[in-house]
Design a protein around this ligand. Structure first.
Ligand SMILES: [Zn+2]
Length: 131
């Protein structure tokens, strides 16, 4: 695992950390489980209100605000994986996932600025977290 991580770019490492946080897995566990299954829809998070009820992951729209050259821009992420309790419907946004995603959005903003392209207003979650 050490060697695998060492050859990854900072952006790829961020994606690995984001995915580990999303599914509450260490990097080793993430790699092992990723080989066995391509997607997970049940998280390892318990609902804060319902006793030991595991949350499930539902795709929602999430909007990020970023300052670019002194101007606030709004970026929508579609199909963002939110932890939802199947019995009381409470939603729990994973703070680590949200922060890593914000970092990935900043990479995309920098990429657009460097290539003098307009900053995208919308990303699909699965596309932005692709290695
Ligand atoms: Zn609940």
């Amino acid at each position: 695992m050490e060697y695998l991580v060492a050859t990854m770019s900072d952006r790829q490492k961020t994606i690995a950390k984001l995915k580990g946080s999303l599914y509450s897995l260490s990097l080793d566990e993430l790699v092992i489980r990723s080989i066995d299954e391509a997607e997970f829809d049940v998280s390892d998070m318990n609902c804060l209100y319902c006793d030991k009820q595991k949350t499930v992951i539902r795709n929602k729209l999430k909007t990020y605000k970023e300052m670019v050259n002194g101007k606030e821009v709004s970026i929508d992420v579609t199909r963002y994986p939110m932890n939802v309790c199947p019995s009381c419907n409470a939603e729990f946004d994973n703070m680590d996932v949200s922060l890593y995603l914000q970092q990935l959005i900043r990479y995309e903003i920098l990429k657009a600025l460097r290539s003098r392209k307009p900053i995208p207003e919308k990303f699909r979650f699965n596309e932005i977290v692709k290695m």
